[in-house]
Design a protein around this ligand. Structure first.
Ligand code: G1P
Ligand code: ZN
Length: 542
């Protein structure tokens, strides 16, 4: 085995963000850029020699090139076995499941999730630990440190490995195992949900439409919904993972998946609509002419959690990210079970999941998951909904109204301003920070501010701290929360999160953005968003 040490120099911009490293393709293609980061991952870890590493990605542009480089670096770094999804494909939840199922040391997942793909799009890479969870902050920080001092990486001089056929081959002392990307994950879903009840639903004429947005979930959805559950052929749209997602934006929300939302608002729309993002960890649920807010979806899943046998007697608590509207809090309050509010990013749920403090967790950004694995999981959430519908016989809309009648409605909207200039955006956030205290007691458009603050978090299990996670402006009857995105590859993205609550039944059908308009105007007045960013309106509204 010809192991080579290749001299390199550090890049200064390889800091891990909300979810690993995300960069433009043009950046990742620079000489040794990916190699440096992969070796930095290994340099920050210990004791992996002879152990197993799972590798896979969402199939976006550069996925295949990157996987071949990673295989060679992993062999040179003495991993004992590499488990790789066929053709380099693994959804993030499927990778997480494989890591745990196969007792791997960890995994490298190649995905920029919901960011655009293609030669001008984004690329991403992150490390998941042996529990199938995104590397915690302590490891991400070590990786970032290593990227700053790296001076060489290890690789082997071999031909590219064929990833199109399932099977094993041995290179030096490393076994390379190419696995079916879908089967293990699908079997796990069969353990969790009542596939018989759901397939009866389809037998009785229930119609579903699923948009894979030409990203990673196509093969998973076709096999699970059409082959195993018997949904009619054609249920899964845009089902072939393409390097540029066929021009679609792989983020299922009201803005980027508008073509699909429009389809669900037509008179002949199917009963149930769903979509997932680039790497399959997010999901969107729609009924006939009905959109389900992610925070309501989390609450509805919590409401029915104990009715799924897999979770019976194991409903410990729920966590939601702080910006997520607190619809689920009411469900948990009724059950007298704990609810945790964490910073944005899945990694903050892991310690709570591993310590059995929570069984379910979710974010406003269309991500929900449970202790079944340590990543959010789009297809799992969609199956959960199908199982609830099979149990109750109720429509998506009825399930939402049931929730609101029982607990009141929590209107919510997330509004993102993408592609902002970094300097003025930072100035705006600093100015807001400075004035937070003085806002208490002031009234805007008839709503009084009762509390403001900076969201600082102490992990209740590990004691790790995460400071400056966003700014809270709490009103008597609603909230504005603002923070900057940590997943972008260039410029700045401002995220504004709003919620307001009502118990007045005649308001339940109101459009959320309309119901929140006072708070949206208040945010503009308080923060001067237009003055600082030059933008009249957000470009993504959900
Ligand atoms: C975004 C979402 C966040 C999610 C993350 C990774 O992060 O807001 O909820 O965990 O993507 O999918 P952000 O860009 O806001 O830092
Ligand atoms: Zn994702």
């Amino acid at each position: 085995m010809d192991i080579q040490s290749i001299k390199t120099t550090p890049y200064t911009d390889q800091t891990c963000g909300t979810s690993g490293l995300r960069k433009k393709i043009s950046v990742v293609k620079q000489e040794n850029y990916l190699e440096n980061f992969v070796q930095a991952i290994f340099n920050s870890l210990e004791g992996f020699e002879g152990k197993t590493l799972v590798i896979g990605g969402d199939g976006r542009y550069f996925n295949n090139t990157a996987i071949q480089k990673i295989i060679k670096i992993a062999i040179a770094n003495q991993f004992g076995r590499l488990i790789i999804g066929q053709n380099g494909i693994l959804s993030t939840p499927a990778a997480s499941h494989l890591i745990v199922k196969r007792g791997a040391f960890g995994g490298i997942i190649l995905s920029a999730s919901h960011n655009p793909g293609g030669p001008n799009g984004d690329f991403g890479i992150k490390f998941d630990t042996a529990d199938g969870a995104p590397a915690p902050q302590s490891i991400s920080d070590k990786i970032t440190e290593q990227t700053k001092i790296i001076d060489h990486y290890w690789t082997v001089n071999i031909n590219d490995i064929k990833l199109s056929e399932i099977g094993e081959q041995v290179i030096g002392s490393t076994v390379i195992e190419v696995v079916d990307s879908v089967r293990d994950y699908a079997s796990y879903m069969q353990e969790i949900f009542d596939f018989e009840a759901i397939s009866n639903l389809f037998k009785n004429g229930f119609k579903m439409s699923y948009d894979a947005l030409n990203a990673v979930t196509g093969p998973y959805a076709s096999y699970i919904f059409e082959t195993l559950l018997g949904a009619e052929e054609g249920t899964v749209l845009n089902k072939t993972p393409l390097p540029d997602f066929g021009g679609l934006h792989p983020e299922p929300n009201l803005t980027y998946a508008k073509h699909f939302v429009d389809k669900m608002y037509q008179d002949d729309a199917p009963d149930f609509g769903a979509a997932s993002d680039g790497d399959g960890d997010r999901y969107m649920i729609l009924g006939k002419k009905f959109f389900v807010a992610p925070s309501d979806s989390l609450a509805i899943i919590a409401e029915y959690m104990e009715q799924i046998p897999f979770y019976k007697g194991k409903f410990y608590g729920v966590a939601r990210s702080m910006p997520t509207a607190p619809a689920v809090d009411k469900v948990m309050c009724k059950r007298n079970l704990p609810i945790y509010a964490t910073p944005t990013g899945w990694k903050f749920f892991s310690s709570l999941l591993n310590a059995n403090k929570i069984s379910l967790c979710g974010e406003e950004s269309f991500g929900t998951g449970s202790f079944h694995l340590c990543e959010k999981d789009g297809i799992w959430a969609i199956l959960f909904w199908l199982n609830i519908i099979a149990i109750t016989g109720k429509s998506v809309e009825e399930l939402n109204f049931d929730l609101w009648h029982q607990y009141g409605r929590v209107f919510t909207s997330t509004q993102s301003y993408e592609g902002l200039e970094v300097e003025p955006t930072n100035q705006m956030m600093n100015a807001l920070k400075e004035k937070l205290n003085s806002l208490v007691g002031q009234t805007f458009f008839g709503h009084k501010i009762i509390e403001t603050g900076i969201f600082n978090y102490i992990d209740p299990i590990t004691g790790d701290t995460a400071n400056n996670q966003g700014y809270i402006i709490q009103f008597e009857d609603g909230r504005i929360f603002s923070r900057l995105s940590g997943t972008g590859s260039s410029g700045a993205t401002l995220r504004m999160y709003y919620y307001a609550e009502t118990n007045e039944q005649d308001k339940f059908s109101m459009d959320a953005v309309e119901a929140l308009s006072d708070f949206i105007m208040a945010a503009n007045e308080i923060m001067g968003i237009k003055d600082y960013t030059g933008k009249d309106a957000p470009n993504v509204v959900t």
